[in-house]
Ligand binder design. Structure first.
Ligand SMILES: O=C([S-])c1cc(C(=O)S)c[n+]([C@@H]2O[C@H](COP(=O)(O)O)[C@@H](O)[C@H]2O)c1
Ligand code: NI
Length: 398
């Protein structure tokens, strides 16, 4: 399945949450991920509202702490400690990393020193983690995002009075198509930094709706309801028809890139952390091959697989984390099976199951290990028993 985000009225975190629920993601999938991260109670609830002439889903994030400023390091620590599926943790981390890099660029500091203002508060963290969990649940093989409407005028926040688009949004949308918004749109902020970070973190390309057979539509409502303007973001989910545009986002063409370098003078104890740092920098995969170099010297070839829009970050991580002074890069074709996710119930608890499909037929079904371990802990049963039960329940999906 693929997705298309209609951002012709911008996007914010809670709007995207509403669109995901409207597109069929169970609210408990979002709530479970948010609860796993939040150090205190966070409630997600939805209601159907009308924006302009459109029925839409408004998602409320109810949390006591909505003004604590956190640093990027604080947020990274919350994500690292949370019992989350790796893909959800990684995409939430990458989203906040983009926010930290943008915020640092705008304010002339470093990502490590960045103090998140609104986006560091728990409700914003819930937005990011919930959206990442919802998109992971959909298991889309591609997400095309329309040109992003950013709005106009001024906005007041923790930074005081800011022009619209806010500086962080301008920074985050570098390389992505954006514009003030449709003719007649009210003077307001349409895309927030959290919305922009989530869009660019997950877009595989930007453009008009691709040829697709739409199966579900989610319409996420913004908090404001200006006269004569439907303040919504739409998420269309369906089967692709023909070819989906290659990744034309900030990172360029489709496919992937393999970066390689031979290293013979790095303390071997460092390699596990090098691999971890590359994955954290957004690489799709990283691995080592032992080799013998000139003079019979033992060494390793470091291989890094990266999507086009992650190559810069992966390359920088290779240079920062190893002793190499040169990296070769090979564009490669990459074929990935369509992915979908479902949930199965074991002992009354939801377990996400990742499905891989070839020509529309399920060829692989894998229960999410983090969920299995979570249910085993909650029910005081061996993980292997819960896993066996989840696999058995999955058979009914095939
Ligand atoms: O919280 C941060 S880092 C922040 C940075 C900026 C800059 O442009 S710099 C602007 N804002 C404003 O805060 C609110 C809420 O943003 P969310 O992303 O949390 O929805 C919004 O008006 C932003 O323009 C926040
Ligand atoms: Ni700022």
């Amino acid at each position: 399945m693929i997705g298309w985000v209609d951002a012709s009225s911008g996007a914010s975190g809670d709007m995207l949450l509403g669109a995901l629920v409207g597109a069929g993601v169970p609210l408990e999938v979002l709530s479970a991920a948010v609860t796993a991260v939040a150090p205190e109670a966070v409630g997600l609830r939805t209601e159907t509202v009308v924006r302009g002439a459109l029925a839409a889903t408004r998602c409320h994030v109810d949390v006591a702490d909505s003004h604590t400023h956190r640093t990027w390091r604080d947020v990274a620590a919350l994500l690292a400690a949370a019992p989350l599926a790796d893909e959800v943790r990684d995409s939430a981390h990458a989203t906040f990393e983009r926010l930290a890099v943008a915020e640092a660029a705008v304010h002339g500091t470093t990502p490590e020193e960045v103090h998140f203002h609104e986006v560091g508060a728990l409700d914003a963290i819930a937005d990011v983690v919930g959206v990442c969990a919802g998109l992971h649940h959909l298991g889309l093989s591609a997400l095309v995002v329309s040109p992003v409407a950013v709005g106009s005028g001024r906005v007041r926040g923790a930074h005081g009075d800011l022009p619209v688009p806010p500086p962080a949004v301008v920074e985050l949308l570098r390389g992505a198509p954006s514009y003030a918004g449709p003719a007649g749109a009210p003077q307001m902020e349409l895309c927030t930094p959290t919305g922009a970070a989530l869009l660019v973190s997950h877009a595989t390309s930007f453009g008009a709706q691709p040829m697709m057979a739409v199966a579900t539509v989610g319409v996420g409502a913004g908090g404001r309801d200006p006269e004569g303007h439907a303040n919504v973001v739409r998420l269309l989910v369906g089967e692709p028809v023909g070819s989906v545009p290659a990744a034309a986002g900030p990172g360029g063409s489709g496919g992937a890139v393999v970066l390689e370098t031979n290293v013979d003078d790095l303390d071997p104890r460092l390699w596990p952390d090098v691999i971890a740092a590359l994955l954290e920098a957004g690489a799709s995969d990283a691995w080592l091959t032992p080799i013998l170099m000139k003079k019979g010297r033992p060494a390793h070839t470091l291989h890094v697989l990266a999507a086009p829009d992650r190559v810069d970050a992966a390359r920088a991580a290779v240079f920062r984390q190893t002793s190499t002074i040169g990296v070769r890069e090979v564009p490669v074709g990459k074929t990935a099976l369509d992915r979908e996710t479902r949930t199965v119930a074991v002992a009354g608890h939801q377990i996400t199951v990742k499905l891989a499909l070839l020509d529309g037929r399920v060829v692989n079904a894998q229960p999410e290990y983090v969920d299995v371990a979570h249910v085993a802990a909650r029910t005081h049963r061996p993980i292997k028993d819960v896993l066996a039960e989840a696999v058995a329940a999955t058979q009914e999906l095939l």
